[in-house]
Design a protein around this ligand. Structure first.
Ligand code: AHR
Length: 656
């Protein structure tokens, strides 16, 4: 053999492409089977793992209004320079039911050394050079001459920023100061120190970075919100999850208590505070600083359709399973009706006026809503029907999401599906937290679904669960993400029945998580996209406009030889987009025949690839272990794609 040929052969052998026969795939780009639903790939937000307080909500002070069960949790008295004083927690329940407690401080501090320190949420993340905005509600009838210093401290207790406050007055008022950090800290602290003699009452002690997302007051952590925006999500489901249900009805999520002025929102315990004994988080509460207005605003900011899920008169069935009596469901149903008015109503309506008062006179364009989270059994169906009747008769255009329970199959699932089908439900929320193998084996789950006039599917919570390792991020392996990618080709291929999908949960703080895996990990300064995040992103930003068939021997590719595929065209960008997963250990050479569109000769196509060993994870310290890499390839009506072992490949081919 000619030695050049020999060399080429050896190279092929080395690369492994010769080890398996070429796979022929036909893309029928001229035969769209269905539109890609506008909201197809979305996000699921729940306040779990410190996702809201201590996470997306940018407030840095923990227990800012002394309303935690232990009123001084997160706070420490500071006595320096021989100064003294005293802190009394006062409850004025009848004067302020939403936020009854405040700290009454007696100051005897000629040297400016008495006050309080706040530890933040597992510390405070402070960026050098950044501006921070401090505010406090104070009442100083007997302390007008007191002076205050606000000091940022790093981990060693060294000051890295300072501001002064004075001119305190009689009566509750808000006082503000800004400071610029002269150093950085991952686990910094805030001190509020007084000088002089007298008494001062304080409440709602707050510190926000000036650089919140879109510079909104009471805003969100910019880096975390940017991670969401980068996903270009079609929808955002909020506020959960089990948090909607509460362990008992008293601690269910009530949206009306999360709107209006932040200081008038009533804090409650977070259900994840005690859910898992081995991950108990005694300092986990919901301040609702991030409430329903902020969720709607976020949805609008990132171009996602809002999808609120409401309590349906049932507490979590894994906990108490407490239900509201059928003849006492009205307030729950009214909450749902009022929420539609809050989101969409004219500013002359009661709830539309509140939205306008909060700064958003224009409607938020709510089109869908969930009734209950993971509910099951007849008590759910009974209650769902009451909601459905009330909502559909007043707002027939609102689509309702209903529950298929917590499991992907079984008697509970079958019962709910049957009942909801009879009710002609709009969208049924299926959840699957399963091992990677389940996702690989279920890529064809919807290929044979009932396509008659039945309900559509919302794959509302899913994640491939693998073994735990020492790192917080350890369950977010590339192997888990790859399996999800394979499954997602099945969702995309069946977009006529699967209308929406979201990975869950979304966020987790490395020092304060209860549940993993999660899509995005963070600490107080940094954030990292997991392999699963990049899979979601590749599907979402390449969602296209119409699904087209991609076939091997006339059949969908859903696991044969460990290969999975789906295809769309983007009629606006004039591209055909293929998503091909090679879940096997061998590289594969794929011969693609593109039919039904004219591809320019030697067209430059892009191949975005995610690949690594299946145990690879991204961590805050090593965030780039696996990220998408783009290669150029020359395409035409026939071309070859090489799919590495354990890879997701998104191939974008321009057409005329
Ligand atoms: O995503 C975490 C939890 O999983 C959700 O709160 C719940 O709906 C599901 O059981």
């Amino acid at each position: 053999m000619h030695c050049k040929k020999l060399l080429a052969c050896a190279t092929l052998l080395l690369c492994g492409y010769i080890t398996s026969a070429q796979v022929q795939l036909t893309v029928q780009a001229g035969k769209p089977v269905t539109d890609v639903p506008p909201h197809m790939w979305g996000i699921f937000f729940e306040d779990i793992n410190f996702a809201a307080d201590g996470g997306l909500y940018a407030e840095m002070v923990k227990n800012r209004s002394f309303e935690f069960n232990s009123p001084l949790m997160g706070w420490k008295e500071v006595k320096q320079n021989n100064d003294t004083g005293h802190i009394l927690i006062v409850n004025r329940q009848s004067a302020n039911t939403a936020n009854p407690r405040y700290a009454g401080i007696t100051v005897n501090a000629p040297n400016g050394g008495y006050g309080l320190a706040n530890e933040g949420f597992r510390g405070m993340g402070i960026h050098k050079g950044a501006q921070y905005n401090f505010s406090v509600w104070a009442n100083a009838a007997n302390g007008k001459q007191l002076q205050a210093r606000i000091v940022l401290l790093d981990e060693n207790g060294a000051p890295i920023g300072e501001a002064a406050l004075s001119g305190f007055r009689d009566g509750w008022q808000v006082y503000k100061a800004s400071l610029t950090a002269t150093g950085a800290a991952a686990k910094g602290k805030l001190q509020l120190l007084f000088k002089g003699q007298g008494k001062i009452d304080i409440d709602m002690v707050s510190l926000f970075p000036d650089n919140t997302w879109k510079h909104r007051p009471n805003g969100l952590r910019a880096d975390l919100a940017q991670m969401l925006a980068d996903l270009h999500p079609g929808f955002i489901r909020f506020p959960g999850g089990c948090i909607v249900e509460g362990r008992e009805l008293a601690t269910r999520y009530q949206w009306k208590k999360t709107v209006g002025k932040p200081e008038e929102r009533t804090l409650i315990v977070n259900r994840w505070n005690t859910e898992f004994a081995h991950r108990s988080t005694p300092d986990y509460f919901q301040s609702f600083g991030l409430g329903f207005f902020e969720y709607f605003q976020l949805a609008e900011d990132i171009g996602a359709a809002p999808l609120p899920i409401l309590n349906c008169g049932m507490a979590c069935q894994f906990n108490t399973g407490e239900v509201a009596a059928m003849n006492e469901l009205d307030p729950y149903v009214q909450d749902a009706l009022d929420l539609i008015e809050f989101a969409n109503g004219d500013t002359t309506t009661q709830w539309g006026a509140l939205r306008a008062h909060m700064g958003h006179p224009a409607p938020f364009h709510l089109t869908m809503m969930g009734v209950g989270n993971e509910q099951w059994d007849p008590q759910y169906i009974e209650r769902y029907r009451v909601f459905e009747k009330a909502i559909k008769s007043k707002y027939p255009q609102i689509k309702l999401v209903s529950s298929a329970g917590p499991f992907s199959k079984g008697p509970m699932f079958d019962y709910l599906w049957k009942e909801l089908k009879d009710t002609r439900a709009d969208l049924i929320d299926e959840h699957y937290y399963m091992p990677p193998q389940w996702f690989l084996s279920n890529a064809a789950r919807y290929d044979h679904y009932d396509r008659s006039k039945g309900p559509k599917i919302f794959a509302g919570e899913y994640a491939a669960h693998t073994k735990e390792g020492p790192e917080a991020e350890s369950r977010n392996t590339w192997g888990s993400a790859l399996a999800e990618a394979a499954f997602m080709t099945g969702l995309e291929r069946n977009a006529d029945v699967v209308k929406m999908a979201s990975y869950a949960p979304l966020f987790a703080h490395v020092d304060a998580w209860q549940w993993r895996p999660d899509l995005i990990w963070f600490d107080n300064l940094r954030t990292v996209g997991t392999p699963n995040y990049y899979v979601q992103k590749l599907f979402s930003v390449n969602k296209g406009t119409q699904v087209v068939p991609i076939l091997r021997n006339g059949e969908a590719l859903a696991g044969k030889d460990s290969l999975y595929a789906s295809a769309v065209i983007d009629a606006n960008a004039h591209t055909v987009i293929l998503k091909i997963v090679n879940a096997g250990a061998q590289p594969r050479s794929l011969q693609i025949a593109l039919q039904g569109v004219k591809v320019p000769k030697a067209a430059q196509a892009g191949q975005q690839v995610l690949t690594a060993s299946t145990t690879t994870i991204n961590t805050l310290d090593q965030p780039q272990n696996i990220v998408p890499v783009t290669h150029q390839l020359t395409a035409g009506s026939r071309f070859t794609v090489n799919a590495a072992p354990a890879s997701l490949n998104v191939i974008t081919v321009p057409y005329r």
